[in-house]
Ligand binder design. Structure first.
Ligand code: CDP
Ligand code: MG
Length: 754
């Protein structure tokens, strides 16, 4: 293979190696081994190898209808007008020839399952066909759900272009914290979570004539709950049409769930894809991915590259490395355009990935598994699949949830490979061995409902009046333990009463489109007269991306800037508030963000979220009140997050209080960055993240007695100091037990029943 034939010494990228050499270190990623975790985020370091070897396994993907030569593909139509061009393009999509059949099937069946290869036109075309056929008459809407916000936005944008209307008018989208629809909107793309929330205001979805649950194979938690709810309302709304569409072939399962609903299959077009494996497992997939992409760039014929990475930080790191390694190479190689795509990518930059690659250049798209099926990027010929994605994992016994980089499933890796064969014969480079593939990857991904905290969904279902959760029709039921844990948490937060009914607090909490602990914190801010501050904190915690900007070459400046917000060792939550307030004081200035090493995009998003939360406060009749009392603000935060508390151990680690579990303060926390920092005795954290260790992110010191004051049903003061040390068998006993912990009241579990 020419990819392997290159002479190592002539590698132009070797010249750039010095930069990476500073960061040499062995990362610890291996398939199949116990230590699957990759170092990432702040802790990141990597090994660089000049060249990696692939073994071609010559596996071809079986397409429904394979095309060996370049006919039948999207024809390049000479545009007389932009709209005409798009109209012609629509006709070239595989789904086009099924238009009439599809409309007939929808007319004859209330529920229809549609299966079709990614890129066949399901998402963009079906709602339009239905609109053209009159399903939106009388102002009724067609709703189409997507598991990912970025897919909802970009598809809506595309469809509005195809229809020649302004986005937000006839065609709009609705995602959490952003509603781009109007009175006129008849085609509404939205996240599955948003449709779920619509049930709260419109339990029978009366304004919809058709609901299309798209990308159903992703089996997100919201999609699964939607399927159950939709199945239920379809019984008493015979006029409502349901379409369940999916990219993979588990159509029978969906059909069975909907009492043998009809299946319509759209044959895909797919070219063969050669699969290449690694000869030996890679120590660091990020580095291997970058090297592989660069190798493809210098040795392979034209065609864009798609690299699957696990998250925003990783993508940003890769982007930086690509820029660095290709810098100064001058005319030796052609231009490599790096296009990142992940959930929080700002709208302006999203369009870039769909723009055609200029002549002579090559595009490398760095994507999360968004690009697996939700988005179709034309022109991809090479796929690099490291075999990982970031997944939520949840331990129902302890109630601990964390984000973790996990090997993907075989189904996912097939989907990823398939992205290379859309416009021609493609190649997929798997950064793992064929042995790994066979023995380490599960066949399919476990549905989210079986591996997540259900508190949010239980609260939503309860507010929809669904009390019998055990008998709710889930396609795959969640573990009973997880349901109980969710009920228990909601009870502890005061959202449910002892018999599991929604309380007034719970009703208020359900109005906020955030997790129950956050919504409880907001509701509790009323009591502490600091709702103004608390919604700012909530917004800052909900941006989904980091607030602080820390470029590699200016880390010292960035850290100094960041520490200013931490003066007085106020904790990360108050620091976030200070950032927000300072930005507001600076008139929301972009310049201010640059000067203070703050991510301007995250701030803009925080502002939007905050505006929404403020509106919602009004709805639940909480007055906007402001307070300077930091203790009051922290107590409000504690009212929501008391289940997330940890206490310092003698060995310098933390142990979560409720379900003893070792954790560390994330290096990004201000608590760790302060000079001469003393580790706080008792902390509250926003979330746990698992990288090389279990880290607590967004940490604030609290007084243990607050826990007893705020959540007496959850924590009790234990008279005997250090009792939990001496009774806990797992704790090291003996020497070194000094009086340091003596001032801390001891806390023990108080079991609660639901
Ligand atoms: O849903 P499905 O994967 O079946 O296909 P689709 O998303 O409806 O995409 C159909 C066509 O629209 C593809 O050729 C895409 O390249 C194009 N498209 C686009 O150009 N821009 C978007 N934002 C979405 C789709
Ligand atoms: Mg689609």
């Amino acid at each position: 293979d020419d990819l392997n034939a290159r002479d190592k010494k002539s590698n132009p990228f070797a010249e750039q190696k010095a930069w990476e050499d500073q960061q040499i270190g062995k990362a610890t990623l291996k398939f199949g081994s116990k230590n699957k975790r990759r170092k990432c985020d702040d802790e990141y370091d990597f090994v660089f190898e000049d060249q990696i070897e692939f073994v071609k396994a010559s596996v071809l993907l079986e397409g429904d209808q394979m095309i060996a030569n370049g006919n039948g593909d999207v024809g390049k139509v000479q545009p007389t007008h932009e709209l005409d061009k798009l109209r012609e393009e629509r006709k070239t999509l595989p789904i086009y020839s099924f238009r009439e059949r599809l409309l007939q099937d929808v007319e004859k069946n209330q529920i229809l399952i549609i299966v079709g290869e990614t890129g066949s036109g399901k998402t963009t075309q079906i709602p339009q066909y239905l609109h053209e056929a009159g399903y939106t008459r009388g102002g009724k809407k067609i709703g189409c759900t997507q598991p990912r916000r970025i897919a909802a936005m970009s598809v809506a944008a595309r469809v509005s272009q195809e229809m020649g209307v302004k986005l937000g008018h006839e065609v709009g989208y609705s995602i959490r914290f952003e509603d781009c629809t109007s009175e006129k909107t008849v085609l509404k793309y939205m996240t599955d979570g948003m449709l779920l929330r619509e049930f709260l205001c419109e339990p029978d979805l009366a304004s919809y004539s058709v609901v299309m649950v798209d990308e159903a194979h992703e089996r997100t938690l919201s999609t699964d709950v939607l399927l159950g709810l939709l199945k239920d309302i379809a019984r008493y709304r015979p006029d409502l049409k349901l379409i369940i569409s999916s990219a993979t072939l588990d159509a029978e399962k969906f059909s069975d769930f909907f009492d043998s609903a009809k299946i319509l299959r759209i044959p895909g077009r797919r070219y063969p894809v050669d699969i290449h494996y690694m000869e030996a497992p890679q120590a660091d997939y990020l580095d291997a991915a970058i090297v592989a992409a660069l190798q493809i760039h210098v040795t392979q014929p034209p065609g864009d590259i798609l690299v699957f990475l696990t998250g925003q930080e990783e993508i940003e790191t890769a982007e930086e490395i690509f820029k660095h390694r290709t810098r100064g190479l001058g005319t030796k190689i052609s231009e490599l355009i790096v296009c990142p795509i992940y959930a929080n990518l700002p709208t302006e930059l999203q369009a870039k990935i769909f723009e055609p690659t200029p002549e002579g250049a090559r595009k490398v798209v760095l994507a999360t598994n968004i690009a697996e099926t939700s988005l179709t990027i034309d022109g991809i010929k090479y796929v690099i699949d490291p075999g990982f994605s970031k997944m939520k994992s949840y331990n129902p016994r302890s109630g601990m949830e964390s984000l973790q980089v996990t090997p993907i499933s075989k189904a996912s890796s097939m989907q990823r490979a398939g992205r290379a064969g859309r416009t021609g014969h493609g190649k997929c480079f798997r950064l793992y061995t064929s042995y790994n593939y066979d023995s380490d990857l599960d066949d399919t991904t476990v549905p989210e409902v079986q591996r997540t905290n259900l508190a949010n969904v239980v609260l939503t279902l309860k507010s929809l009046g669904i009390h019998d959760l055990v008998n709710f029709e889930f396609m795959d039921p969640p573990p009973c333990e997880a349901l109980l844990k969710a009920l228990e948490l909601l009870f502890a937060l005061g959202a449910l009463n002892k018999v599991g009914e929604l309380t007034k607090v719970g009703r208020r909490m359900a109005e906020f489109p955030v997790d129950p602990m956050l919504s409880k914190m907001i509701v509790a801010s009323d009591k502490y007269k600091c709702s103004d501050e608390v919604i700012s904190i909530a917004a800052m915690l909900s941006t989904g991306s980091s607030i602080f900007y820390r470029p590699k070459d200016k880390q010292v400046h960035a850290d100094t800037a960041r520490l200013r917000f931490h003066s007085g060792n106020v904790g990360d939550h108050i620091a976030l508030l200070k950032v927000y307030n300072a930005w507001k004081e600076a008139n929301y200035s972009t310049q201010w963000c640059y000067e203070n090493y703050i991510q301007v995009r995250s701030m803009k998003r925080a502002r939007d979220i905050r505006d929404q939360l403020e509106r919602l406060l009004e709805r639940v009749e909480i007055k906007l009140s402001s307070s300077n009392d930091l203790e009051a603000i922290k107590k409000a935060v504690t009212s929501g997050f008391f289940p997330h508390c940890a206490r310092l151990q003698k060995n310098g680690c933390y142990r979560t209080i409720k379900h003893p579990h070792t954790a560390h303060i994330h290096p990004s926390s201000g608590t760790m960055a302060l000079e001469h920092h003393v580790l706080p005795r008792c902390v509250l954290y926003h979330e746990l993240v698992l990288t090389t260790k279990e880290y607590m992110r967004q940490v604030t010191e609290i007084k243990p007695e607050w826990l007893v004051e705020i959540a007496p049903h959850y924590y009790q003061l234990n008279g005997v100091v250090e009792e939990d040390y001496s009774t806990s068998k797992k704790m090291p006993r003996g020497k070194g037990r000094t009086s340091t912990s003596k001032q801390i009241p001891n806390l023990v579990d108080y079991s609660i029943c639901v």
